[in-house]
Write a protein that binds this ligand. Structure first.
Ligand code: DC
Length: 223
Protein backbone atom coordinates (compact mmCIF):
# COMPACT_ATOMS: atom_id res chain seq x y z
CA UNK A 1 0.00 0.00 0.00
CA UNK A 2 1.30 3.45 -0.80
CA UNK A 3 2.12 5.96 1.95
CA UNK A 4 0.21 9.22 1.52
CA UNK A 5 0.48 12.57 3.29
CA UNK A 6 -2.31 15.13 2.81
CA UNK A 7 -1.57 18.82 3.32
CA UNK A 8 -4.45 21.28 3.15
CA UNK A 9 -4.77 24.94 3.97
CA UNK A 10 -5.55 28.37 2.58
CA UNK A 11 -3.66 30.17 -0.19
CA UNK A 12 -0.24 31.42 0.84
CA UNK A 13 0.16 29.24 3.93
CA UNK A 14 3.34 27.82 2.38
CA UNK A 15 1.89 24.44 1.42
CA UNK A 16 3.72 23.97 -1.87
CA UNK A 17 7.11 25.20 -0.61
CA UNK A 18 6.88 22.96 2.45
CA UNK A 19 5.43 19.92 0.70
CA UNK A 20 8.04 20.10 -2.05
CA UNK A 21 10.93 20.34 0.44
CA UNK A 22 9.62 17.56 2.70
CA UNK A 23 8.95 15.28 -0.28
CA UNK A 24 12.52 15.85 -1.47
CA UNK A 25 13.96 15.00 1.97
CA UNK A 26 11.88 11.86 2.35
CA UNK A 27 12.20 10.75 -1.27
CA UNK A 28 8.50 10.95 -1.91
CA UNK A 29 6.63 12.38 -4.88
CA UNK A 30 5.10 15.83 -4.47
CA UNK A 31 1.67 16.29 -6.05
CA UNK A 32 0.51 19.91 -6.41
CA UNK A 33 -3.24 19.72 -7.00
CA UNK A 34 -3.64 23.51 -7.22
CA UNK A 35 -1.60 23.35 -10.43
CA UNK A 36 -4.24 21.04 -11.93
CA UNK A 37 -7.03 23.56 -11.18
CA UNK A 38 -4.78 26.26 -12.59
CA UNK A 39 -4.25 24.24 -15.78
CA UNK A 40 -8.02 23.98 -16.18
CA UNK A 41 -8.24 27.75 -15.60
CA UNK A 42 -5.56 28.36 -18.23
CA UNK A 43 -7.55 26.29 -20.68
CA UNK A 44 -10.67 28.44 -20.06
CA UNK A 45 -8.61 31.60 -20.43
CA UNK A 46 -7.16 30.47 -23.75
CA UNK A 47 -10.57 29.35 -25.01
CA UNK A 48 -12.00 32.70 -23.91
CA UNK A 49 -14.61 31.07 -21.70
CA UNK A 50 -15.80 33.55 -19.04
CA UNK A 51 -15.20 31.73 -15.72
CA UNK A 52 -18.59 32.87 -14.38
CA UNK A 53 -20.35 31.09 -17.25
CA UNK A 54 -20.70 27.77 -15.45
CA UNK A 55 -22.57 26.01 -18.27
CA UNK A 56 -19.84 26.89 -20.74
CA UNK A 57 -17.08 25.84 -18.31
CA UNK A 58 -18.79 22.46 -17.81
CA UNK A 59 -19.17 21.94 -21.54
CA UNK A 60 -15.57 22.94 -22.29
CA UNK A 61 -13.85 21.11 -19.42
CA UNK A 62 -14.46 17.81 -21.24
CA UNK A 63 -11.91 18.90 -23.83
CA UNK A 64 -9.15 19.76 -21.39
CA UNK A 65 -6.96 16.72 -20.98
CA UNK A 66 -4.83 17.33 -17.91
CA UNK A 67 -2.10 14.89 -16.95
CA UNK A 68 0.98 14.95 -14.78
CA UNK A 69 4.45 13.68 -15.44
CA UNK A 70 7.72 14.05 -13.58
CA UNK A 71 11.01 15.33 -14.97
CA UNK A 72 13.96 15.13 -12.55
CA UNK A 73 11.48 14.95 -9.69
CA UNK A 74 9.68 18.13 -10.81
CA UNK A 75 5.95 17.92 -11.48
CA UNK A 76 5.12 18.82 -15.07
CA UNK A 77 1.49 19.63 -15.86
CA UNK A 78 0.46 18.71 -19.38
CA UNK A 79 -2.58 20.41 -20.86
CA UNK A 80 -3.61 18.56 -24.01
CA UNK A 81 -0.03 17.36 -24.27
CA UNK A 82 1.64 20.76 -23.75
CA UNK A 83 3.87 21.50 -20.75
CA UNK A 84 2.11 24.53 -19.23
CA UNK A 85 4.11 24.88 -15.99
CA UNK A 86 5.35 28.35 -16.95
CA UNK A 87 1.85 29.77 -17.38
CA UNK A 88 0.18 28.61 -14.18
CA UNK A 89 1.41 30.92 -11.44
CA UNK A 90 -0.07 34.24 -12.57
CA UNK A 91 -2.65 36.17 -10.53
CA UNK A 92 -5.10 35.96 -13.44
CA UNK A 93 -4.91 32.17 -13.70
CA UNK A 94 -5.13 31.85 -9.90
CA UNK A 95 -8.23 33.98 -9.85
CA UNK A 96 -9.94 31.97 -12.60
CA UNK A 97 -8.97 28.72 -10.83
CA UNK A 98 -10.66 29.95 -7.70
CA UNK A 99 -13.87 30.78 -9.62
CA UNK A 100 -14.11 27.48 -11.51
CA UNK A 101 -12.86 25.10 -8.80
CA UNK A 102 -16.28 24.95 -7.02
CA UNK A 103 -17.88 23.43 -10.13
CA UNK A 104 -18.54 19.71 -9.40
CA UNK A 105 -17.77 18.57 -12.97
CA UNK A 106 -14.36 20.26 -12.82
CA UNK A 107 -13.58 18.73 -9.43
CA UNK A 108 -14.73 15.24 -10.36
CA UNK A 109 -12.36 15.09 -13.28
CA UNK A 110 -9.34 16.32 -11.31
CA UNK A 111 -10.07 14.36 -8.11
CA UNK A 112 -10.12 11.11 -10.12
CA UNK A 113 -6.68 11.90 -11.46
CA UNK A 114 -5.41 12.77 -7.97
CA UNK A 115 -6.69 9.54 -6.41
CA UNK A 116 -5.12 7.52 -9.19
CA UNK A 117 -1.74 9.23 -8.73
CA UNK A 118 -1.76 8.63 -4.95
CA UNK A 119 -2.77 4.99 -5.16
CA UNK A 120 0.36 4.04 -7.05
CA UNK A 121 3.03 6.03 -5.26
CA UNK A 122 4.26 7.31 -1.88
CA UNK A 123 3.37 10.97 -2.14
CA UNK A 124 2.74 14.24 -0.38
CA UNK A 125 -0.27 15.89 -1.93
CA UNK A 126 -1.35 19.44 -1.19
CA UNK A 127 -4.59 21.27 -1.89
CA UNK A 128 -7.83 22.24 -0.19
CA UNK A 129 -9.77 18.97 0.09
CA UNK A 130 -7.04 16.33 0.16
CA UNK A 131 -7.57 15.15 3.76
CA UNK A 132 -11.35 15.51 3.64
CA UNK A 133 -12.17 14.19 0.19
CA UNK A 134 -9.33 13.06 -2.10
CA UNK A 135 -7.33 10.94 0.38
CA UNK A 136 -9.56 10.34 3.41
CA UNK A 137 -7.32 7.40 4.38
CA UNK A 138 -4.01 9.26 4.17
CA UNK A 139 -1.66 8.05 6.91
CA UNK A 140 -0.85 11.66 7.90
CA UNK A 141 -2.99 14.78 7.46
CA UNK A 142 -1.77 18.30 8.10
CA UNK A 143 -3.74 21.53 8.05
CA UNK A 144 -1.25 24.31 7.38
CA UNK A 145 -2.31 27.87 7.99
CA UNK A 146 -1.11 31.40 8.83
CA UNK A 147 -2.87 34.73 9.41
CA UNK A 148 -4.06 36.52 6.25
CA UNK A 149 -1.74 39.40 7.09
CA UNK A 150 1.33 37.16 7.18
CA UNK A 151 0.25 35.36 4.00
CA UNK A 152 -0.23 38.68 2.18
CA UNK A 153 3.19 39.85 3.28
CA UNK A 154 4.78 36.64 1.96
CA UNK A 155 3.03 37.05 -1.37
CA UNK A 156 4.10 40.69 -1.53
CA UNK A 157 7.74 39.74 -0.90
CA UNK A 158 7.51 36.99 -3.52
CA UNK A 159 6.24 39.47 -6.14
CA UNK A 160 8.82 42.07 -5.13
CA UNK A 161 11.61 39.51 -5.56
CA UNK A 162 10.42 39.02 -9.14
CA UNK A 163 10.43 42.77 -9.68
CA UNK A 164 6.64 42.92 -9.80
CA UNK A 165 5.08 45.73 -7.85
CA UNK A 166 2.13 44.82 -5.64
CA UNK A 167 -0.05 46.58 -3.14
CA UNK A 168 -0.05 44.89 0.25
CA UNK A 169 -3.62 45.82 1.13
CA UNK A 170 -4.98 44.68 -2.22
CA UNK A 171 -3.12 41.39 -1.89
CA UNK A 172 -4.52 40.83 1.61
CA UNK A 173 -8.06 41.64 0.44
CA UNK A 174 -7.68 39.21 -2.47
CA UNK A 175 -6.39 36.47 -0.14
CA UNK A 176 -9.33 36.98 2.23
CA UNK A 177 -11.81 36.91 -0.66
CA UNK A 178 -10.24 33.69 -1.96
CA UNK A 179 -10.33 32.13 1.54
CA UNK A 180 -14.00 32.97 1.77
CA UNK A 181 -14.78 31.39 -1.59
CA UNK A 182 -12.70 28.27 -0.83
CA UNK A 183 -14.26 27.83 2.63
CA UNK A 184 -17.88 28.51 1.72
CA UNK A 185 -18.36 26.66 -1.53
CA UNK A 186 -20.88 23.87 -1.57
CA UNK A 187 -18.61 21.13 -2.93
CA UNK A 188 -15.54 20.11 -0.91
CA UNK A 189 -15.04 23.38 0.98
CA UNK A 190 -11.66 24.03 2.53
CA UNK A 191 -11.76 22.82 6.11
CA UNK A 192 -9.57 20.99 8.53
CA UNK A 193 -10.20 17.25 8.54
CA UNK A 194 -11.05 16.01 12.02
CA UNK A 195 -7.89 13.94 12.16
CA UNK A 196 -5.58 16.59 10.67
CA UNK A 197 -2.75 18.11 12.73
CA UNK A 198 -2.99 21.92 12.79
CA UNK A 199 0.25 23.78 12.03
CA UNK A 200 0.09 27.58 12.21
CA UNK A 201 3.15 28.99 10.42
CA UNK A 202 2.52 32.69 11.19
CA UNK A 203 5.51 32.90 13.53
CA UNK A 204 7.65 30.14 12.06
CA UNK A 205 10.42 30.25 9.47
CA UNK A 206 10.20 27.98 6.44
CA UNK A 207 13.08 25.86 7.77
CA UNK A 208 11.30 25.39 11.09
CA UNK A 209 8.11 24.26 9.37
CA UNK A 210 10.02 21.87 7.11
CA UNK A 211 11.80 20.36 10.13
CA UNK A 212 8.58 19.91 12.13
CA UNK A 213 6.63 18.34 9.26
CA UNK A 214 9.51 16.11 8.12
CA UNK A 215 9.67 14.71 11.64
CA UNK A 216 5.92 14.07 11.70
CA UNK A 217 6.19 12.25 8.36
CA UNK A 218 9.14 10.13 9.47
CA UNK A 219 7.32 9.05 12.62
CA UNK A 220 4.06 8.23 10.92
CA UNK A 221 5.81 6.40 8.08
CA UNK A 222 7.67 4.22 10.60
CA UNK A 223 4.45 3.51 12.47
O1 DC B 1 -3.18 26.36 -4.27
P1 DC B 1 -3.42 27.18 -5.53
O2 DC B 1 -3.46 28.66 -5.28
O3 DC B 1 -2.48 26.82 -6.65
O4 DC B 1 -4.91 26.76 -6.01
C1 DC B 1 -5.56 27.41 -7.06
C2 DC B 1 -7.07 27.36 -6.82
O5 DC B 1 -7.53 26.01 -6.95
C3 DC B 1 -7.53 27.83 -5.45
O6 DC B 1 -8.49 28.87 -5.56
C4 DC B 1 -8.23 26.69 -4.80
C5 DC B 1 -8.38 25.67 -5.88
N1 DC B 1 -8.04 24.33 -5.39
C6 DC B 1 -9.06 23.52 -4.99
O7 DC B 1 -10.23 23.92 -5.02
N2 DC B 1 -8.79 22.25 -4.56
C7 DC B 1 -7.53 21.82 -4.52
N3 DC B 1 -7.31 20.56 -4.09
C8 DC B 1 -6.46 22.65 -4.90
C9 DC B 1 -6.74 23.93 -5.33
Amino acid sequence: MSYNVAIDGPAGAGKSTIAKAVAGKLEMVYVDTGAMYRAMALYMLREQVPPQDTEKVIEKCRYADITISYEDGIQVVLLNGENVNDFLRTEEVGHIASVISPIPEVRKKLVELQKELASGTDCIMDGRDIGTCVLPNAQLKIYLTASSRVRARRRYDELAAKGEAGDLQTIQADIEERDYRDMHREVSPLKRAEDAVLVDTSDMSIDEVIAVISEMCRRSRKA
